[in-house]
Design a protein around this ligand. Structure first.
Ligand code: NAD
Length: 374
């Protein structure tokens, strides 16, 4: 990749034979061929996207590739979580086989986490592993799901239960694409950005307290810095622990609570994943405060930032929940190991750790003190 003319930030995900670059910048979709063309063994590409993303960004991507004399075929799927299914996976794999895609070819995921997770999984299993490029178009996908190689689909037993680790060969995070994203989706992605500061970088958290509105307002310098710092942190953690045997679990800060709220609200529009994570993070810091692990001031700073930016920081903000219902769902979480619930707690902002010391009794009184019903 010697001929990149557009200005962008670059981060490397260092994984020996599976290393790749993440580029972050304004206008990367319009210039995608500059990055993708040198990677191709033959001038052909296959794009998978959804109809919402296609309306705004597909033509721009196709134009860039076609101007570089690359033949392009595309598949447009229905937007929404329902697309991360066996049915869509079959559809996509059949299509790619009909198109005679070879292992050395490149498949492009253009969209949010749903398209990225599904396409990545199709790439993982097609001919036992095909190359793919992530072009994330939601803030959540740019700072989280497009990086790190977790791919998969949902099944009746739960979310993300069938999948594979399959790293992309390149990630192009075009901050311009975020201008068409609904505000609620933007805020949901911002929750994941707060997470990086809260779990591992105190000064980034402080920066977000000061510049959060500029990030949400998509001010170029602010959004680029926020996406870059988040990707850097995710890249570092993934490089240390690709398969979540240790440190990578810290990225689940707030997620044990979040998954319980998502499960009880039906994984739908009533509560977006990022909204649930925001509330879950506020609660993880409150629990840390109650256990005398972190200061009341730090817990309050986390809730205040979440609330001020327009995300839920209190249970009442999203509805009424029974403490035992929440605990039951938490017991079925993927993060339960040998029957012990693992929580990500914090000693301060920027210093999260994995705890196995939260018993169901303690959890129950905490949830009730936070507003869950008895
Ligand atoms: P999404 O992919 O459903 O996108 C949200 C909505 O925004 C969709 O309707 C989509 O069509 C639309 N959209 C996307 N980009 C747009 C744009 N630029 N302009 C206008 N509309 C646009 O949701 P998401 O929040 O990006 O991803 C959620 C998924 O990500 C979940 O399935 C979750 O499990 C997964 N996830 C995966 C990882 C991972 O490590 N693989 C991490 C976090 C979340």
């Amino acid at each position: 990749m010697t001929d990149i003319k557009i200005s962008s930030e670059k981060i490397k995900v260092a994984l020996e034979g599976r290393s790749y670059d993440i580029f972050i910048g304004d206008g990367l979709i319009e210039n995608a061929a500059q990055f993708i063309s040198p990677m191709l063994e033959r001038p052909r590409c296959w794009i998978i996207t959804d109809s919402d993303v296609a309306t705004h960004h597909l033509e721009t991507l196709i134009n860039s590739l076609e101007q570089a004399k690359i033949d392009v075929a595309h598949k447009i799927l229905r937007p929404g979580e329902g697309t991360k299914s066996f049915a869509s996976l079959g559809l996509v794999c059949d299509w790619l086989l009909e198109e005679k895609v070879e292992r050395s070819d490149i498949i492009i995921a253009l969209g949010g986490g749903v398209i990225g997770d599904l396409t990545g999984f199709a790439a993982a299993i097609l001919k036992r592993g095909t190359r793919f490029v992530q072009i994330p178009t939601t803030l959540l996908a740019q700072v989280d799901s497009s990086v790190g190689g977790k791919t998969g689909i949902n099944v009746t037993h739960g979310k993300n239960l069938i999948g594979a680790f399959h790293q992309p060969d390149l990630v192009l995070a075009d901050t311009r694409a975020l201008s068409t994203l609904p505000r609620r989706q933007l805020l949901a992605g911002f929750a994941e950005i707060i997470k990086y500061g809260a779990l591992g970088d105190n000064s980034f958290f402080k920066w977000l307290e000061k510049n959060g509105d500029d990030v949400i307002g998509l001010k170029p310098e602010a959004i680029t810095h926020a996406v870059k710092r988040s990707c850097e942190m995710k890249a570092e953690i993934v490089a240390r622990d690709e398969r979540e045997a240790g440190d990578r679990a810290l990225l689940n800060l707030g997620h044990t609570f979040a998954h319980a709220f998502e499960a009880l609200t039906g994984y739908g529009d009533r509560l977006l994943h990022g909204e649930a994570v925001a509330l879950g993070m506020a609660m993880a810091f409150n629990l840390s405060r109650d256990l005398n692990l972190c200061s009341a001031e730090d817990a309050s700073r986390v809730s205040t930032l979440i609330d001020r930016i327009g995300l839920p920081a209190y249970i009442e903000a999203i509805g009424r929940f029974n403490a035992d219902d929440l605990i039951n769902v938490m017991g079925q979480d993927k993060k339960v190991v040998a029957g012990t619930m693992r929580f990500i707690l914090a000693r301060q902002i920027g210093e999260a750790f994995i705890s196995k010391d939260v018993t169901p009794n303690l959890l129950r009184s905490f949830l009730i003190s936070e507003g869950a019903t008895e």
